[in-house]
Design a protein around this ligand. Structure first.
Ligand code: NAD
Length: 334
């Protein structure tokens, strides 16, 4: 048996690491779990590891710089906004993700938030439990058939929403600067400029990655353009929405409400004004969760790391340019 190696798991959101252990032990790897996932702690732990697996903890530039023996950083998930990918590429570390483990779950969750808003499920539930049985207290509700759903971001999850929303008779428009008219037409949806989508959608569901260009994409200007009967659904990343502007938009009735699975700060401060908004439905970043998706996530993320440790090219590389780099730390068989 060759030299044993260490894989640092910065954080995870499930009960057992058995699936990872099973896969990683086959490549002679031991798992080191970070107690808190805080930056200072990760900086220390990173010094001794051959690979890092991270869920939400931030693998910052400082952490990457100290991880001198690290060959691969694997994300448990799709978005890699919590990893300093540029720095990793610069020093020759492969970054991997798991691109498709929860497409069904997240698109279902977007639909659940959408229906919860449209049918005011949480609102009535809270009212009844406070002793108010009053079908009129929810104010106006509109028929869904023939209303317009605007999708911002038309990748895997946005596309998975389409047949589900069509089943409710919704007309679907899409804003995504990186896809073609033909792509949209293949799904029976229409590409629309951003402002037009804001103005004409009755529901807007956001499915973009968090990048420089999507940070606070939905800001005060965007809310002011939306219909005052419209709802915003966000299952992507919290920082894509300016939540201070959202609170104003709701309090001042620029829009009707929102359903959010993700927040700029998770968990939010207990005095975050969003927590007092009756017309906002919140879930704690759970859109990806199901028994099946988690197992898929754990196995696929661990397999990416195991591949690199076995000197094989992993399937889901986020920074493929690193493979051409003279600094590449992994010695991959071609
Ligand atoms: P994807 O990469 O398949 O699709 C993203 C789409 O966004 C692409 O089509 C891209 O062209 C588009 N896009 C990029 N920048 C844009 C911009 N400025 N304006 C409009 N469109 C833009 O990703 P996906 O699998 O559909 O996932 C989308 C996001 O959902 C992920 O990046 C992740 O952050 C988030 N997510 C959240 C959860 C959760 O549990 N809430 C789970 C999985 C993924």
């Amino acid at each position: 048996m060759g030299k044993r190696v260490n894989v640092l798991i910065t954080d995870y959101a499930w009960e057992s690491l058995e699936p990872e252990r099973k896969i990683l032990s086959k490549v002679g790897a031991d798992i080191v779990v970070a107690p808190s996932g805080q930056e200072e702690e990760l900086i220390e732990l990173a010094k001794e590891v051959d690979a890092i697996l991270t869920c939400w903890a931030k693998v910052t530039r400082k952490v990457v710089k100290m991880a001198k023996g690290c060959k691969v950083i694997g994300r448990y998930g799709i978005g890699v906004d919590n990893i300093a990918v540029e720095e990793a590429t610069r020093v020759g570390i492969i970054v991997t993700n798991v691109p498709a483990y929860c497409i069904d779950e997240v698109s279902d969750h977007a639909m659940a938030l959408f229906l919860g808003c449209a049918r005011k499920i949480s609102f009535y539930d809270r009212a009844i439990k406070k002793g108010q049985w009053n079908s009129q207290s929810g104010n106006q509700m509109f028929r869904l058939r023939k209303k317009t759903l605007g999708l911002i971001g038309f990748g895997k999850i946005g596309r998975a929403v389409v047949p589900k929303a069509k089943a409710f008779g919704l007309h679907i428009i899409v804003f995504d600067p990186y896809i073609s008219e033909k792509d949209a037409a293949d799904y029976g949806v229409r590409l629309t400029p951003f402002d037009e989508l804001l103005k004409s959608a009755d529901f807007i569901s956001v499915h973009v990655p968090l990048t420089g260009s999507t940070h606070k994409l939905i800001d005060e200007k965007a809310f002011r353009k939306m219909k005052n009967t419209a709802y915003l659904i966000n299952t992507s990343r919290g920082a894509v929405v300016d939540t201070e502007a959202l609170v104003r938009a709701i309090k001042e009735n620029w829009i009707a409400g929102a359903g959010l699975d993700v927040l700029p700060q998770e968990p939010p401060d207990t005095n975050d004004p969003l927590l007092n908004q009756d017309r906002v439905i919140l879930t704690p970043h759970t859109a990806f969760r199901s028994v099946e998706s988690l197992l898929d996530l754990q196995r696929t993320a661990a397999n990416q790391v195991a591949c690199v440790l076995r000197a094989e090219k992993p399937e889901y590389i986020v920074n493929p340019e690193v493979l051409q780099s003279l600094n590449l730390r992994a010695s991959l068989q071609t």
